[in-house]
Design a binder for this molecule. Structure first.
Ligand SMILES: CCC/C=C/C(=O)SCCNC(=O)CCNC(=O)[C@H](O)C(C)(C)COP(=O)([O-])OP(=O)([O-])OC[C@H]1O[C@@H](n2cnc3c(N)ncnc32)[C@H](O)[C@@H]1OP(=O)([O-])[O-]
Length: 300
Protein backbone atom coordinates (compact mmCIF):
# COMPACT_ATOMS: atom_id res chain seq x y z
CA UNK A 1 0.00 0.00 0.00
CA UNK A 2 1.22 3.49 -0.78
CA UNK A 3 1.75 5.28 2.49
CA UNK A 4 1.25 8.97 2.07
CA UNK A 5 1.57 12.26 3.92
CA UNK A 6 0.48 15.68 2.73
CA UNK A 7 2.68 17.59 5.16
CA UNK A 8 5.10 18.82 2.53
CA UNK A 9 2.40 20.20 0.29
CA UNK A 10 0.83 22.02 3.19
CA UNK A 11 3.99 23.31 4.80
CA UNK A 12 4.54 27.04 4.33
CA UNK A 13 7.83 28.03 2.75
CA UNK A 14 10.38 28.50 5.49
CA UNK A 15 13.73 30.12 5.05
CA UNK A 16 15.55 27.56 7.19
CA UNK A 17 17.80 24.93 5.69
CA UNK A 18 15.28 22.34 6.79
CA UNK A 19 12.40 23.79 4.78
CA UNK A 20 10.85 21.27 2.41
CA UNK A 21 10.36 22.76 -1.02
CA UNK A 22 7.17 24.59 -1.73
CA UNK A 23 4.61 23.22 -4.15
CA UNK A 24 1.79 25.42 -5.32
CA UNK A 25 -1.63 23.79 -5.74
CA UNK A 26 -1.51 22.38 -9.23
CA UNK A 27 -4.93 20.82 -9.35
CA UNK A 28 -6.46 23.91 -10.89
CA UNK A 29 -3.76 24.43 -13.52
CA UNK A 30 -3.21 20.92 -14.81
CA UNK A 31 -5.57 18.55 -16.55
CA UNK A 32 -7.14 16.04 -14.21
CA UNK A 33 -5.67 12.58 -14.63
CA UNK A 34 -6.74 10.73 -11.57
CA UNK A 35 -9.54 11.05 -9.10
CA UNK A 36 -7.32 9.75 -6.32
CA UNK A 37 -7.24 12.40 -3.58
CA UNK A 38 -4.09 12.84 -1.52
CA UNK A 39 -4.43 10.40 1.36
CA UNK A 40 -2.87 11.25 4.68
CA UNK A 41 -0.97 8.87 6.84
CA UNK A 42 1.62 11.24 8.26
CA UNK A 43 4.31 9.53 10.23
CA UNK A 44 4.08 6.29 8.30
CA UNK A 45 7.67 6.83 7.20
CA UNK A 46 10.36 8.32 9.39
CA UNK A 47 12.70 9.75 6.76
CA UNK A 48 10.55 10.63 3.77
CA UNK A 49 7.21 12.27 3.06
CA UNK A 50 5.01 10.83 0.37
CA UNK A 51 2.06 12.62 -1.14
CA UNK A 52 -0.21 12.42 -4.14
CA UNK A 53 0.56 15.63 -6.02
CA UNK A 54 -2.46 15.15 -8.30
CA UNK A 55 -2.59 14.48 -12.00
CA UNK A 56 -1.05 11.04 -11.62
CA UNK A 57 2.12 12.18 -9.85
CA UNK A 58 3.51 10.88 -6.55
CA UNK A 59 5.80 13.30 -4.73
CA UNK A 60 8.46 11.86 -2.43
CA UNK A 61 10.35 14.32 -0.23
CA UNK A 62 13.54 13.22 1.50
CA UNK A 63 13.09 14.42 5.04
CA UNK A 64 16.16 14.23 7.30
CA UNK A 65 16.71 18.00 7.42
CA UNK A 66 19.14 17.98 10.34
CA UNK A 67 21.49 15.69 8.44
CA UNK A 68 20.97 17.46 5.09
CA UNK A 69 19.04 14.40 3.94
CA UNK A 70 22.04 12.11 4.34
CA UNK A 71 20.94 8.79 2.95
CA UNK A 72 21.01 6.17 5.69
CA UNK A 73 19.84 2.58 5.22
CA UNK A 74 16.47 3.22 6.75
CA UNK A 75 15.78 6.17 4.45
CA UNK A 76 16.74 4.15 1.39
CA UNK A 77 14.57 1.22 2.48
CA UNK A 78 11.64 3.62 2.81
CA UNK A 79 12.42 5.17 -0.56
CA UNK A 80 12.46 1.71 -2.14
CA UNK A 81 9.15 0.89 -0.52
CA UNK A 82 7.49 4.16 -1.58
CA UNK A 83 8.74 4.02 -5.17
CA UNK A 84 7.72 0.35 -5.48
CA UNK A 85 4.25 1.20 -4.18
CA UNK A 86 3.92 4.05 -6.68
CA UNK A 87 5.13 1.73 -9.42
CA UNK A 88 2.34 -0.71 -8.55
CA UNK A 89 -0.37 1.94 -8.26
CA UNK A 90 -2.33 2.24 -11.53
CA UNK A 91 -3.35 5.82 -10.73
CA UNK A 92 0.31 6.92 -10.72
CA UNK A 93 2.06 7.81 -13.97
CA UNK A 94 5.23 9.45 -12.68
CA UNK A 95 7.20 9.93 -9.49
CA UNK A 96 9.02 13.07 -8.32
CA UNK A 97 11.81 12.83 -5.75
CA UNK A 98 12.97 15.99 -4.02
CA UNK A 99 14.74 17.17 -0.86
CA UNK A 100 14.91 20.51 0.93
CA UNK A 101 16.01 23.90 -0.36
CA UNK A 102 19.46 23.42 1.13
CA UNK A 103 20.01 19.78 0.24
CA UNK A 104 18.58 17.26 -2.14
CA UNK A 105 20.88 14.87 -0.26
CA UNK A 106 24.42 15.46 1.05
CA UNK A 107 25.41 11.88 0.38
CA UNK A 108 25.29 8.49 2.00
CA UNK A 109 25.24 8.78 5.78
CA UNK A 110 28.93 9.01 6.69
CA UNK A 111 28.27 8.52 10.39
CA UNK A 112 26.35 5.33 9.73
CA UNK A 113 29.10 3.78 7.63
CA UNK A 114 32.29 5.13 9.22
CA UNK A 115 32.94 2.01 11.32
CA UNK A 116 32.04 -0.60 8.74
CA UNK A 117 34.49 -3.39 8.00
CA UNK A 118 35.04 -5.06 4.66
CA UNK A 119 33.65 -8.49 5.62
CA UNK A 120 30.45 -7.00 6.99
CA UNK A 121 30.00 -4.67 3.98
CA UNK A 122 30.73 -7.45 1.50
CA UNK A 123 28.70 -10.23 3.12
CA UNK A 124 25.76 -7.91 3.76
CA UNK A 125 25.98 -6.50 0.21
CA UNK A 126 26.17 -3.00 1.69
CA UNK A 127 24.31 -0.52 -0.56
CA UNK A 128 23.06 -3.36 -2.78
CA UNK A 129 19.50 -2.25 -2.12
CA UNK A 130 20.27 1.18 -3.63
CA UNK A 131 19.94 -0.32 -7.10
CA UNK A 132 16.22 -0.96 -6.66
CA UNK A 133 15.31 2.58 -7.68
CA UNK A 134 16.77 1.97 -11.11
CA UNK A 135 14.42 -1.00 -11.55
CA UNK A 136 11.29 1.14 -11.12
CA UNK A 137 9.40 1.07 -14.43
CA UNK A 138 7.60 4.39 -14.16
CA UNK A 139 9.49 7.60 -14.90
CA UNK A 140 11.15 9.26 -11.92
CA UNK A 141 12.03 12.96 -11.95
CA UNK A 142 14.57 14.39 -9.52
CA UNK A 143 13.84 17.97 -8.41
CA UNK A 144 17.19 19.05 -7.03
CA UNK A 145 17.86 22.08 -4.85
CA UNK A 146 21.07 22.62 -2.91
CA UNK A 147 23.58 19.85 -2.33
CA UNK A 148 23.39 16.68 -4.39
CA UNK A 149 26.66 15.14 -3.26
CA UNK A 150 28.03 11.63 -3.27
CA UNK A 151 25.09 9.27 -2.90
CA UNK A 152 22.80 12.29 -3.37
CA UNK A 153 24.22 12.95 -6.81
CA UNK A 154 24.04 9.21 -7.51
CA UNK A 155 20.40 9.09 -6.46
CA UNK A 156 19.60 12.01 -8.77
CA UNK A 157 21.37 10.19 -11.59
CA UNK A 158 19.31 7.04 -10.93
CA UNK A 159 16.26 9.13 -11.78
CA UNK A 160 15.19 9.52 -15.40
CA UNK A 161 15.06 13.29 -15.59
CA UNK A 162 16.88 15.81 -13.39
CA UNK A 163 15.57 19.36 -12.98
CA UNK A 164 17.61 21.68 -10.79
CA UNK A 165 17.16 24.92 -8.90
CA UNK A 166 19.81 27.60 -9.51
CA UNK A 167 21.45 26.80 -6.14
CA UNK A 168 21.90 23.10 -6.94
CA UNK A 169 25.38 21.72 -6.50
CA UNK A 170 26.45 18.34 -7.83
CA UNK A 171 29.55 16.43 -6.82
CA UNK A 172 31.20 13.17 -5.83
CA UNK A 173 33.35 14.13 -2.82
CA UNK A 174 33.98 10.53 -1.69
CA UNK A 175 37.68 10.97 -2.49
CA UNK A 176 37.90 13.34 0.50
CA UNK A 177 36.69 10.49 2.72
CA UNK A 178 39.24 7.99 1.49
CA UNK A 179 36.79 6.09 -0.73
CA UNK A 180 35.25 6.33 -4.20
CA UNK A 181 31.65 6.60 -5.42
CA UNK A 182 29.79 3.35 -4.75
CA UNK A 183 26.34 3.77 -6.27
CA UNK A 184 27.01 4.75 -9.86
CA UNK A 185 29.02 7.96 -9.50
CA UNK A 186 31.96 6.73 -11.53
CA UNK A 187 29.69 5.18 -14.17
CA UNK A 188 26.56 7.28 -14.69
CA UNK A 189 28.48 10.53 -14.26
CA UNK A 190 30.93 9.46 -16.95
CA UNK A 191 28.10 8.48 -19.30
CA UNK A 192 26.61 11.93 -18.81
CA UNK A 193 29.69 14.16 -18.70
CA UNK A 194 32.41 12.24 -20.49
CA UNK A 195 35.74 11.14 -19.10
CA UNK A 196 37.65 14.35 -18.48
CA UNK A 197 35.13 16.28 -16.41
CA UNK A 198 34.02 13.13 -14.55
CA UNK A 199 37.63 12.37 -13.67
CA UNK A 200 38.09 15.91 -12.41
CA UNK A 201 34.97 15.70 -10.24
CA UNK A 202 35.71 12.21 -8.89
CA UNK A 203 39.45 12.72 -8.37
CA UNK A 204 39.42 16.23 -6.91
CA UNK A 205 36.05 16.17 -5.14
CA UNK A 206 35.06 19.50 -6.73
CA UNK A 207 31.38 20.29 -7.17
CA UNK A 208 29.63 21.60 -10.28
CA UNK A 209 26.96 24.27 -10.26
CA UNK A 210 23.48 23.84 -11.71
CA UNK A 211 24.46 25.93 -14.74
CA UNK A 212 27.55 23.82 -15.38
CA UNK A 213 25.53 20.64 -14.87
CA UNK A 214 23.08 21.87 -17.51
CA UNK A 215 25.82 22.95 -19.89
CA UNK A 216 27.49 19.54 -19.68
CA UNK A 217 24.32 17.50 -19.98
CA UNK A 218 24.05 16.08 -16.45
CA UNK A 219 20.59 17.60 -15.99
CA UNK A 220 17.73 18.57 -18.31
CA UNK A 221 17.58 22.18 -17.22
CA UNK A 222 17.82 24.76 -14.47
CA UNK A 223 14.44 25.97 -13.28
CA UNK A 224 13.66 29.40 -11.81
CA UNK A 225 14.32 29.68 -8.07
CA UNK A 226 11.45 28.28 -6.00
CA UNK A 227 9.82 26.49 -8.92
CA UNK A 228 11.75 23.25 -9.25
CA UNK A 229 9.29 20.93 -7.50
CA UNK A 230 6.31 22.50 -9.20
CA UNK A 231 8.03 22.18 -12.56
CA UNK A 232 8.97 18.56 -11.89
CA UNK A 233 5.36 17.76 -11.02
CA UNK A 234 4.24 19.45 -14.25
CA UNK A 235 6.66 17.32 -16.24
CA UNK A 236 5.41 14.25 -14.34
CA UNK A 237 1.80 15.20 -15.07
CA UNK A 238 2.58 15.61 -18.76
CA UNK A 239 4.09 12.12 -18.82
CA UNK A 240 1.22 10.65 -16.80
CA UNK A 241 -1.22 11.83 -19.50
CA UNK A 242 0.44 9.70 -22.17
CA UNK A 243 -0.32 6.04 -22.83
CA UNK A 244 1.49 4.30 -20.02
CA UNK A 245 2.51 1.24 -22.03
CA UNK A 246 4.36 3.49 -24.46
CA UNK A 247 5.85 5.49 -21.59
CA UNK A 248 7.29 2.35 -20.00
CA UNK A 249 8.57 1.12 -23.34
CA UNK A 250 10.19 4.50 -24.02
CA UNK A 251 11.95 4.46 -20.64
CA UNK A 252 13.14 0.92 -21.26
CA UNK A 253 14.42 1.83 -24.72
CA UNK A 254 16.34 4.93 -23.60
CA UNK A 255 17.86 3.03 -20.67
CA UNK A 256 18.92 0.23 -23.01
CA UNK A 257 21.16 2.73 -24.80
CA UNK A 258 23.38 2.76 -21.69
CA UNK A 259 23.86 -0.99 -21.80
CA UNK A 260 23.63 -2.26 -25.36
CA UNK A 261 25.91 -1.79 -28.35
CA UNK A 262 24.26 0.43 -30.99
CA UNK A 263 23.12 -2.36 -33.31
CA UNK A 264 21.53 -4.27 -30.40
CA UNK A 265 19.97 -1.11 -29.05
CA UNK A 266 18.45 -0.24 -32.41
CA UNK A 267 17.09 -3.77 -32.77
CA UNK A 268 15.63 -3.62 -29.25
CA UNK A 269 14.02 -0.24 -29.96
CA UNK A 270 12.51 -1.50 -33.22
CA UNK A 271 11.05 -4.60 -31.52
CA UNK A 272 9.47 -2.48 -28.79
CA UNK A 273 8.14 -0.09 -31.45
CA UNK A 274 6.62 -3.00 -33.39
CA UNK A 275 5.17 -4.50 -30.21
CA UNK A 276 3.29 -1.29 -29.46
CA UNK A 277 1.07 -1.99 -32.50
CA UNK A 278 -0.54 -4.64 -30.28
CA UNK A 279 -1.82 -1.95 -27.89
CA UNK A 280 -5.15 -0.13 -27.85
CA UNK A 281 -3.24 3.07 -27.10
CA UNK A 282 -1.51 2.87 -30.49
CA UNK A 283 -4.89 2.52 -32.25
CA UNK A 284 -6.29 5.36 -30.17
CA UNK A 285 -3.26 7.63 -30.60
CA UNK A 286 -2.98 7.27 -34.35
CA UNK A 287 -6.78 7.16 -34.79
CA UNK A 288 -7.18 10.38 -32.84
CA UNK A 289 -4.54 12.10 -34.96
CA UNK A 290 -6.25 11.02 -38.21
CA UNK A 291 -9.67 12.08 -36.87
CA UNK A 292 -8.30 15.42 -35.63
CA UNK A 293 -9.28 14.86 -31.99
CA UNK A 294 -7.46 14.47 -28.69
CA UNK A 295 -6.36 10.94 -27.85
CA UNK A 296 -7.86 9.25 -24.80
CA UNK A 297 -5.38 6.64 -23.71
CA UNK A 298 -6.54 3.72 -21.59
CA UNK A 299 -3.08 2.33 -20.91
CA UNK A 300 -3.89 -0.92 -22.66
C1 LIG B 1 26.29 5.23 -1.70
C2 LIG B 1 27.54 4.99 -2.36
C3 LIG B 1 28.73 5.73 -1.83
C4 LIG B 1 28.39 7.06 -1.41
C5 LIG B 1 29.17 7.67 -0.53
C6 LIG B 1 28.83 9.00 -0.05
O1 LIG B 1 27.84 9.59 -0.41
S1 LIG B 1 29.91 9.63 1.08
C7 LIG B 1 29.25 11.22 1.45
C8 LIG B 1 29.53 12.22 0.40
N1 LIG B 1 29.10 13.53 0.88
C9 LIG B 1 29.93 14.37 1.53
O2 LIG B 1 31.09 14.08 1.74
C10 LIG B 1 29.33 15.66 1.95
C11 LIG B 1 29.38 15.77 3.47
N2 LIG B 1 28.79 17.00 3.95
C12 LIG B 1 29.43 18.19 3.85
O3 LIG B 1 30.54 18.30 3.35
C13 LIG B 1 28.74 19.39 4.43
O4 LIG B 1 27.72 18.93 5.31
C14 LIG B 1 28.10 20.30 3.37
C15 LIG B 1 29.19 21.03 2.59
C16 LIG B 1 27.19 19.52 2.42
C17 LIG B 1 27.20 21.37 4.07
O5 LIG B 1 27.96 22.05 5.05
P1 LIG B 1 27.23 22.93 6.14
O6 LIG B 1 28.29 23.58 6.93
O7 LIG B 1 26.18 23.80 5.48
O8 LIG B 1 26.41 21.89 7.03
P2 LIG B 1 27.03 20.87 8.11
O9 LIG B 1 28.27 20.26 7.62
O10 LIG B 1 27.07 21.51 9.44
O11 LIG B 1 25.90 19.72 8.07
C18 LIG B 1 24.71 19.79 8.83
C19 LIG B 1 24.53 18.46 9.51
O12 LIG B 1 24.37 17.46 8.52
C20 LIG B 1 25.32 16.42 8.73
N3 LIG B 1 25.71 15.83 7.46
C21 LIG B 1 25.93 16.45 6.28
N4 LIG B 1 26.26 15.56 5.34
C22 LIG B 1 26.23 14.35 5.94
C23 LIG B 1 26.49 13.04 5.48
N5 LIG B 1 26.78 12.78 4.20
N6 LIG B 1 26.39 12.05 6.36
C24 LIG B 1 26.06 12.26 7.63
N7 LIG B 1 25.79 13.48 8.11
C25 LIG B 1 25.89 14.51 7.27
C26 LIG B 1 26.48 17.11 9.42
O13 LIG B 1 27.28 16.17 10.09
C27 LIG B 1 25.75 18.05 10.34
O14 LIG B 1 25.27 17.32 11.45
P3 LIG B 1 25.59 17.85 12.95
O15 LIG B 1 27.05 18.00 13.05
O16 LIG B 1 24.87 19.18 13.02
O17 LIG B 1 25.00 16.78 13.80
Amino acid sequence: MLRTATATLRAPLRSSAAAPLRVRALHSTLPRLTATPPTTDAGAYKNILVSAAGNGVTLITLNRPKALNALNSELFTELNEATAAADEDPSVGAIVITGSEKAFAAGADIKEMRNKEFAEAYKGNFLGHWTKISQIRKPIIAAVSGYALGGGCELAMMCDIILAAPNANFGQPEINLGVIPGAGGSQRLTHALGKSLSMEIVLTGKNVTADDAERHGLISRVVREGDVVEEAIKVGATIAKKGQVAVQAAKEAVNASFELPLAEGLRFERRLFQALFATKDQKEGMGAFAEKRKAKFTNE
